[in-house]
Design a protein. Structure first.
Length: 503
């Protein structure tokens, strides 16, 4: 058998709280995703737009080289492995074999463990590895990623249900005042006029779209929205394609690649799943970021929820500071959360602040500064601060925002019962619907929108096309005039955005 060499970026740290659950059957047949290098690097001008490529052009110029596919097929075949699918455009091989064969080919040992589910719903049993992978020496530099050997869940859905107990059902004297330490809630988490605001009421998706002045005479007709999560009703004329995939790093990358390279090319992909940036391996982040870059080259905008646990992005440790990935990818449009209150009779917003209901046992919009991805050029003049975690200068999250508080959230029907649902899970499809309608109105796809949205931005100044959110915080970061690490540029004014993008 060929010598093996380490695969850079494949290191996985030991998983906290993992408990042995037995041995993996070495004869079990499984399929993994093997990523290959590009035949040439994609020029930055193609990623930033507005020029785009067709899937055939991307494959021919920047996909996997046929010789690389042939060599990988031959070398892996010596281990008894089979290349079941070869996707040249997205540079992915679906490789099938037994656990024993795959472990030998990639220099690892797999076991079964039980670990906490990322969504807090209990525990899950899965294949597990730690340390680095290796690849046959002949494939060094050709194989860039091997995903799916360890099939731990990597992400959680970013949605929240509204409280089912009305506040006035709890008598005011049932909680002693001294049970809450006076310094546990920062003063600026409660806006001075909070008592004067109207009572939050749940809204339909159509009502939210009206508050955000989605362009009239548009419904997304002629556009396709690819959804890797729950959908919405703000672009009813658009074709919607839902991609279901296992909650693993391989499944996530595969779903994005399949959606971006689909025919017809979608205008937008909506993702409402993610996990703390530091919970992903380097190769997983790199593979997904590469898939998102492909989407941009193809003219596809990818909207991603920024998380529902505030600046910690961790429901079990509110003192940590993390941003959520893939929202932190510079090739994703990160979508943060607000609490929206408005007058439905006039479709006017009466109050919009940062969504932060952690004190009530609910959630808060994610946001902060990446410690993995550097500050992208489009954010150079946005006023992104250094991270409060070590002072890193990095990609600011989110880019944009929208209504996410489940109290004012989106009325949906679940098991025959209507109930409001929120979270940044709802904001990603909200923006996806808006982008589909903008694409319909302008007759073009936008790909990576940030160079357009951040054009002319200056620190502390409202950006045209946005409602600037200036009140509230998500924990470690505060809202303020201009871009901030709680709601980005702000929530949309669809008609104003259309005017800006058209010009």
């Amino acid at each position: 058998m060929p010598d093996l060499v380490p695969l850079r970026g494949s290191e996985r740290a030991a998983l906290p709280h993992a408990r042995p659950a037995g041995d993996v059957n070495p004869d079990e047949q499984i399929t993994v995703t093997v990523g290959l290098r590009r035949r040439a690097e994609v020029p930055e001008r193609l990623i930033m737009g507005p020029e785009t490529l067709t899937p055939a052009e991307l494959r021919a110029q920047y996909g996997a080289a046929p010789d690389d596919v042939t060599l990988a097929t031959q070398v892996l075949g010596r281990f008894g492995l089979t290349v079941a699918e070869a996707h040249h455009g997205s540079r992915r091989l679906k490789v099938t074999g037994t656990v024993g064969q795959l472990s030998e080919a990639f220099g690892t040992t797999l076991s079964l463990v039980t670990s906490p589910s990322p969504d807090g719903s209990g525990t899950v049993t899965h294949r597990y590895r730690s340390g680095s992978l290796a690849v046959p020496a002949e494939l060094s530099g050709i194989v860039t990623t091997v995903l799916g050997l360890d099939d731990r869940p990597v992400a959680r859905p970013h949605f929240r249900l509204a409280r089912t107990i009305a506040p006035d059902t709890i008598a005011p004297d049932t909680i002693a005042p001294d049970t809450i330490a006076p310094d546990t809630i920062a003063p600026d988490t409660i806006a001075p006029d909070a008592k004067k605001r109207a009572t939050p009421q749940p809204l339909t998706a159509v009502q939210v779209a009206a508050f955000y002045d989605f362009p009239p005479n548009t419904d997304g007709t002629g556009q396709t929205i690819a959804i890797i999560e729950l959908g919405g009703a703000v672009a009813p004329g658009a074709a919607q394609v839902v991609y279901f995939a296992p909650n693993t790093d391989a499944g996530f990358v595969d779903a994005i690649a399949e959606a971006a390279h689909a025919t017809p090319t979608p205008a937008v992909i909506s993702i409402s799943w993610g996990g703390p940036e530091n919970s992903w391996s380097d190769q997983s982040r790199t593979a997904m970021d590469s898939a998102l870059a492909d989407a941009a080259v193809l003219g596809v905008t990818v909207t991603v929820a920024s998380g529902d646990n505030g600046s910690s992005d961790d429901p079990n440790n509110s003192n940590s500071v993390n941003v959520d990935f893939p929202a932190s990818s510079p090739h994703a449009l990160g979508c943060g959360g607000t609490q929206l209150i408005g007058d439905t009779s006039t479709n006017t917003i009466t109050s919009e602040v940062v969504w932060n209901e952690l004190a009530n046992g609910e959630g808060a919009g994610g946001g902060g500064v990446s410690v993995v991805f550097p500050l992208p050029d489009y954010q150079t003049n946005a006023g992104v601060p250094v991270s409060v975690d070590g002072g890193a200068v990095g990609r600011g999250v989110p880019d944009v925002a929208g209504n996410a508080d489940p109290t004012t959230g989106y009325l949906v029907v679940v098991d025959g019962q209507q109930q409001p649902i929120g979270g940044t899970s709802a904001v990603a499809p909200l923006w996806a619907g808006l982008i589909a309608r903008l694409a319909q109105a302008t007759g073009k796809q936008f790909g990576l929108m940030q160079p357009l949205l951040y054009a002319g931005v200056t620190p502390g100044a409202t950006t045209p096309g946005f409602n600037d959110i200036v009140d509230g915080n998500n924990g470690a970061y505060k809202a303020g005039p201009g871009w901030d690490a709680t709601t980005g540029l702000g929530s949309p004014n669809g008609t104003a955005l259309l005017s800006r993008l058209s010009s």
